[in-house]
Write a protein that binds this ligand. Sequence first.
Ligand code: GLP
Length: 265
Amino acid sequence: MKILICPDAASARTVAAHVLKRQIVKKPASVLGLATGRTMEAIYKLLVTEHRESNLDFSSVTTFNLDEYIGLDATNEQSYHYYMQENLFSKVNVSPNSTHVPNGAASDVEAEAKNYEAAIAQAGGIDLQLLGLGQNGHIGFNEPLSSLNCRTRAITLAQTTLEQNAEMFGGNPDSVPSRAITMGTATILESHMALMVVTGPSKAQIAAQMIEGPVTAAVPGSALQYHPSCLVILDEDAASALVAREAIDWQMRHDPELVALTDCL
Ligand code: GLP
């Protein structure tokens, strides 16, 4: 796991967008794993700017989103389908046939999950998986105590997740769908590269557990310690509970990839 600590949230997002851009430029037919949530909105804005001002070309890109609420169809404004259309897909030249978000309105959720997993494999696997971190340590919607070996499936969301995401549902946790389809932790671990972005003081404790704590199903993000190529970008607030700060700073000054990334700021 490589750790990059940026001075603030804006620079963390700038570096994350740079890593995504680097991937698309290096391999125009990249398969990207995409995430939703507040952290990602500004990253997608930066990618849209890159597309508009520097011709960043999404025409050969394929995308697979991590998750979707069960019961919300693509036209529902609170769905992740809608979020992706609003924040990225409608604003860049990605082909609609090449974007994939689990269908939360599928009548057979189990079949939908299986097909989603098969579609990822058929696309050749995910080159770069973008990830946020839930305040309870979830990645995608793999909630605490999910098997670290799980694949794409339906899951019941944790109470803490309903509370964390209530803001997008008029502030009422009871209005947040309690079930979702999510890519599994094992699916995420198979991506060639994982890019996690964590910002803000509310994520400091869970970021430290994920990075420095034991690998445990109680903190699904900690499974990324097993990922052979995982970059975690944090701002100073989210990094404030890390104990191994000296070692991380040393790496940031001496690892050529981290040094090059810091140079893009
Ligand atoms: C949701 C998504 C996660 C995301 C998390 C963090 O629950 N399913 O994939 O990482 O939110 O969101 P935020 O960036 O809003 O804190």
